[in-house]
Structures are given as C-alpha cells and as structure tokens.
Design a protein around this ligand. Structure first.
Ligand code: PEP
Ligand code: MG
Length: 325
C-alpha cells in the first residue's frame, strides 16, 4: 500500500465529481519540510510555530525566529505555508515561560490571550514573519480566538509592524493573508463577523471537539467517549462550512480528523475543499477522494443530519456509504 500511495504523489486530488481538493500537511520543525514533496502536499496548512519555542531552553530571539521562518519558506520552495502564531499554554508547555500553575490550563492563559497580554512577544513574532516572507506571500493564523474583537486587536498590531518596517525601508510580503483558527465554540455565534474579518478560517477540530463536547483531549478516560463523527459535531462543522460559503471566505480544517480517510470523506461531504493533516495521511486520503462523489455524499449527509428521529449513528451511515460507493 505504501507503494500505491507513493504512486499517487503526482496525481491531482480531484474527486469523481470533479472537485479539486487542496491537500496540505501540518508541520512545526525543519525536519518536517522534506515531507512536502515526499507526500505530495500542496502546502503547509498549519505550521505550529510554538515547536521552536518548546524545544528551546530560552526564549528564541526575534532574529532566531526570523532565520527559522526564512529556512521554512526556503525549503517550502514556493508552496504556501500558513504560520500559526504562538499557541503556547495548556498541552503546549514552554517551561521557561509558564511559571504559574493553573487549575484549568486548557481554559487558561494561553495562545492569543497570552499574546495580547504580552504584545511585545506577539509583535516580535509578527515582525519576524513579515521580514522572513519579504517579497512573497505571508499567511498568518491566530489560535484560540474566542471573540472576533481579539482578531481586530491582532490586526492593529500587525498594521503597526507593517508601517514600522516600511518606514525603515524593509521590503514587505507582496501578499498578506490573515486568518483565524476556529476552535472555541463561542465563535459559532459570531460566524458572519468572523468570515468578514478574515481572509480564511481554519477549523482546529481537536480543540473545537474538546470544548464543544466538554471532553479533555488528553484524558484517555473520556477522550473517546463521544464520536467526532456524531451528529452534534458534524452539525457544527456544517454550520461553519455554510457560513464560509455565504461570505465567500475559504474554510479549511487542520485537526487530526482530516487525516483519517472516513472522517476526511465526511468533511468533503460537508463541503470542505481544503484540509491539512499529518504527511503520512495524504496518500490514504487522496486514494479515498479520487473515488468520491461529494455531491451524492452531501445529499446523504444533509438528510441524515437533518434527521432528528434516527437512531442510526452517523459513523454507520458514513461507513455504509464508503462501502457501497
Ligand atoms: C486543533 O486544535 O485541532 C489544532 C489543529 O491545533 P492543535 O492540535 O495544535 O491544538
Ligand atoms: Mg488547537
């Protein structure tokens, strides 16, 4: 099967009903980069910038961050890279930074919350990204957004950095794309503003599922208790896709579920046209989608999701669809 997936590397990811799907990979270190061409990924849909911080013993300086991002861009060789700003806190521990023990770290001082309280840290990172991507496209996304107003604050800081750099004669990225991760359920009631405020939205299904179902993603006792392919979560995802379609804002998904062929199939059935996953999953997901009719699946899923009486689990319906199609 490995050989079979390898052979698919240069095959265009187009579904049987002619939809082009963007298959991207998640990364966080330079050692991940060769996987781009090995797996045949279109780009990096999620670059976890906190990895550089997690493996360091002291806070990486601005120049070190810039040099690192520059190497990433160079090795990506023109393929698009979406850099997620620092997502530290909770399961991402940066020992020299988080001195305070929190009772509920997943709900605590983390990611964008921390960054907005320490704007120096965020501005340093934004500057490093802007400089490293001079003359090319910079795609930035913000983790753990809870209110759209946080995005406006980050954008204001970004504008300041752009102005600062251009005042001092630095060249800038020729295109800037500003996106948000959708991983906190409160954004479900700000979907239209969110789509207006961003160039793209990326669903972090690991955290969105954790927070929507109130199950700790790292606690084996409960993490498998509810099905990510159950009706509640699939309905959430469907609402997100619809909001993206209404606004014309591209929506992608970069959580673990994108890398499992059955859940990836469900995502395409819901209307996702772009996903990001671990590189090893690209082959299996591509093999799945080449035979998939997304239009037919969308109809089957819509009907099943609107059904409030059925006791048949969505996973069973999806499995049956996969077998018969
Ligand atoms: C997610 O939450 O789904 C995600 C992609 O980010 P992380 O796993 O790094 O929290
Ligand atoms: Mg997350």
């Amino acid at each position: 099967r490995q050989e079979q997936f390898r052979a698919l590397r240069s095959v265009e990811p187009v579904t049987r009903d002619g939809r082009r799907i963007s298959l991207n990979m998640n990364a966080g270190l330079l050692v991940d980069l060769p996987q781009l061409s090995e797996a045949g990924a279109e780009g990096i849909g999620l670059f976890r910038t906190e990895l550089q911080f997690m493996i360091a013993s002291t806070m990486p300086k601005g120049e070190e961050q810039e040099a690192f991002y520059r190497s990433v861009m160079k090795q990506a060789g023109g393929r698009p890279v979406t850099f997620r700003t620092l997502d530290i806190g909770s399961d991402k521990v940066v020992p020299y930074f988080q001195a305070i023990k929190e009772e509920n770290p997943a709900l605590g001082w983390r990611a964008i919350r921390l960054a907005l309280d320490r704007p120096g840290l965020l501005r340093t990172q934004l500057r490093a990204l802007l400089k490293a991507c001079a003359g090319t496209e910079l795609k930035i996304m913000i983790p753990m957004v809870t209110e759209v107003s946080e995005l406006r604050q980050v954008r204001a800081l970004l504008t300041k950095e752009v102005q600062h750099l251009s005042k001092f004669g630095h060249s800038l990225p020729n295109k800037l794309q500003f996106g948000a991760m959708l991983e906190v359920p409160s954004l479900m009631w700000q979907l239209d503003e969110l789509m207006e405020e961003t160039d793209f939205v990326s669903v972090g299904s690991n955290d969105l599922f954790q927070f929507a179902m109130a199950v700790d993603r790292g606690n084996a006792r409960v993490s498998d208790r509810f099905d990510i392919l159950g009706r509640p979560f699939l309905r959430i995802l469907r609402d997100i896709v619809r909001a993206g379609e209404r606004a014309g804002t591209p929506v992608t998904l970069c959580g673990e579920m994108a890398g499992k062929p059955l859940s990836a199939m469900a995502l395409l059935g819901l209307g996702f046209r772009s996903v990001s996953m671990s590189p090893a999953s690209i082959g299996p997901v591509k093999a799945m989608l080449l035979g998939l009719d997304t239009g037919v699946l969308r109809q089957v899923m819509d009907e099943a999701l609107d059904d409030t009486v059925s006791q048949v689990p969505m996973r069973e319906i999806l499995n049956r669809f996969a077998e018969t199609h």
